[in-house]
Design a binder for this molecule. Structure first.
Ligand code: FES
Length: 63
């Protein structure tokens, strides 16, 4: 077993987890296991909690 690694992009706010992640319910029962997930940390995704790339629009508006 390897530990999952996490990368939080300080510019976009996206949160990328590299490796296997168990999604659990309130009691800790595993509902599903996914590999290499990316969550939205900017608040703009239309597919929350997943990052859908909408943070790029925010970056483009800064220019
Ligand atoms: S971080 Fe990518 S859409 Fe929010």
């Amino acid at each position: 077993m390897t530990n999952a690694r996490i990368f939080i992009n300080p510019e976009s706010g996206s949160i990328k987890i590299i490796g296997a992640v168990d999604f659990v319910d309130r009691e800790g029962n595993i509902l599903e296991t996914k590999e290499n997930v990316k969550f939205c940390g900017c608040g703009l995704s239309k597919d929350k909690p997943n990052c859908d790339g909408s943070h790029r629009d925010k970056a483009a508006k800064k220019d």
